[in-house]
Design a protein around this ligand. Structure first.
Ligand SMILES: [Zn+2]
Length: 393
C-alpha cells in the first residue's frame, strides 16, 4: 500500500512539473550565443534597447519589443519580437534560421518584405507615378546585380528640388512683420535663379502662394527624380519677448530619430499643418516602430544629407544669422519622410526674433541666403563627383 501511495505521489509530481513548465509556443535562442555560432559580432545599445549582429556579409539590426529586423534595405518580419529575460536577450529560434540560412530566406515560409512597402510612411505616395518610383526602389534594393540607373546620392547631382514651406491658407510661423510662407517663397525663387546660373535643373514644389500637403511635396520630388530636396522654413518660439530676443539663428535638419526635446518640438510644429488641415494619415510624431522600419531606407540617403549639411554650414561662414547651437539637428519631419533622395529641412532663421526676421525680410538678406545655399549645393555636387571618381565611376 505504501508503495502504491509513493507511486501515485511520484505520478502527481511528474504531472505538476510538466504543468509548471508549459511547453513554450516559440522556441527561443540566446542572441549572444547565436552570434557566436554564426561567427557574427554582437553589439548591444542599452539606451535604445537595440542590438546589431554583424556577420561577414550583413549587418542585421534588431530592437527589443519590435517584431522586425532590418538587413541592408530589407525589413524582415520576425516570428517573435526580441525580449529580455533572466539577463539575456532572446529571439525565436526560427528567426535565427530564417536570417542566417540563405536557403531558408528564399523559401515561401519566410516573409521578407521590402522596406519600402513595409515602411509605414505616414504620408504614403498615392499617385501612380510615385508608386512607380517606389517600386523601382524596391527592385534596385533586391536586385543581385548593381542597378543600371544609379539612385539619388550616388549619381552626379543634377536636379534640385526646392520646397518653400507652407503656403496659401497655411501661413507658417508669424513674425511681427512677416509670415514664414512669404519669406521662404521669395528665398526659394531667388535660389532657383542662382542654381540655374550654376547649370542645375531646378524644380519647385510651389512657386506661388498656394497650399500643398506635406505628403504631396515629397511625391513631387520623387516624380521629378530629384538629387537633393531642400525644404525651406523659418523657425519660431512661442515665448516671452525676452526669450524671443535670445533665441535666434539658423538650423539644418535631417530626417533621423530626434535626440532632443527641442528638435522634437520643432518637428511637431512643422508637422502640425498636416493634422490641422486633415491630411490623410497625418501625424505629428513617428512612433518607435515607424522609425525602425524607416531606418533601412534612410540609411541610403543619410550620408549625403549630412554631406550637404556640412557644405551648408561651410557656406554660412560669415552669415549674419549665426548658427543656433550646433546648427545641425534631426527629427521626424513629415515633409522629408517620403522623399527618396538626400533631403534637408533648413530653418534659415527665427521669425520670432526681430533681428533674424528683419534680415530674412530684407532684399539683401534674402539674396545673401539664396547665394549661400546655392554655393553649398555647388560644393555638394563637387563632393559627390569627387567621391564617385575615387570609386572609379
Ligand atoms: Zn515651417
Amino acid at each position: 500500500m505504501k508503495k502504491v501511495l509513493w507511486f501515485l505521489f511520484f505520478c502527481l509530481a511528474c504531472v505538476a512539473s510538466i504543468w509548471a513548465e508549459p511547453a513554450s509556443a516559440v522556441a527561443k535562442a540566446d542572441v549572444e550565443q547565436c552570434a557566436k555560432e554564426q561567427k557574427a559580432s554582437f553589439h548591444w545599445y542599452p539606451v535604445q534597447k537595440t542590438f546589431n549582429m554583424i556577420s561577414a556579409t550583413d549587418t542585421i539590426k534588431f530592437a527589443v519589443g519590435l517584431p522586425y529586423a532590418s538587413m541592408g534595405s530589407k525589413s524582415i518580419a520576425l516570428e517573435m519580437a526580441p525580449e529580455i529575460s533572466e539577463g539575456k536577450i532572446w529571439i525565436a529560434a526560427n528567426d535565427v534560421k530564417k536570417i542566417f540560412a540563405p536557403a531558408a530566406v528564399s523559401s515561401s515560409s519566410v516573409t521578407i518584405v521590402s522596406s519600402s512597402s513595409a515602411t509605414v510612411v505616414p504620408l504614403k505616395p498615392s499617385s501612380s507615378s510615385v508608386a512607380v518610383a517606389s517600386s523601382t526602389a524596391v527592385a534596385s534594393s533586391t536586385a543581385v546585380a548593381p542597378p543600371k540607373n544609379e539612385t539619388a546620392g550616388t549619381r552626379e547631382v543634377k536636379t534640385i528640388v526646392i520646397d518653400p514651406g507652407h503656403g496659401g491658407k497655411d501661413s507658417g510661423a508669424l513674425g511681427v512683420n512677416a509670415q514664414e510662407k512669404d519669406i521662404v517663397l521669395t528665398v526659394g525663387k531667388l535660389l532657383k535663379k542662382e542654381l540655374e546660373k550654376e547649370g542645375f535643373n531646378v524644380k519647385m514644389t510651389r512657386d506661388k502662394d498656394v497650399f500643398i500637403e506635406l505628403g504631396q511635396r515629397a511625391n513631387l520630388a520623387n516624380q521629378w527624380d530629384g538629387d537633393l530636396f531642400i525644404s525651406l522654413h523659418c523657425n519660431a518660439v512661442d515665448a516671452t519677448p525676452e526669450r524671443k530676443k535670445q533665441i535666434k539663428g539658423y538650423h539644418v535638419y535631417v530626417l533621423r530619430a530626434p535626440e532632443s526635446e527641442e528638435d522634437k518640438a520643432i518637428a511637431r510644429r512643422e508637422n502640425k499643418v498636416a493634422t490641422l488641415y486633415g491630411e490623410k494619415n497625418a501625424k505629428e510624431e513617428l512612433s518607435p516602430i515607424e522609425w525602425f522600419k524607416l531606418e533601412a531606407r534612410l540609411e541610403k540617403y543619410k550620408q549625403n544629407s549630412y554631406m550637404f549639411t556640412e557644405e551648408l554650414l561651410k557656406a554660412n561662414e560669415g552669415y549674419k544669422i549665426r548658427k543656433q547651437a550646433g546648427g545641425v539637428g534631426g527629427a521626424g519631419f513629415m515633409v522629408l519622410v517620403g522623399a527618396l533622395m538626400p533631403a534637408v529641412l533648413y530653418e534659415i532663421g527665427f521669425i520670432s526674433n526681430l533681428e533674424d526676421e528683419a534680415y530674412m525680410m530684407s532684399d539683401a538678406g534674402q539674396k545673401d541666403i539664396a547665394e549661400r545655399i546655392s554655393k553649398a549645393v555647388a560644393s555638394y555636387k563637387e563632393a559627390v563627383h569627387n567621391y564617385r571618381e575615387t570609386l572609379g565611376r
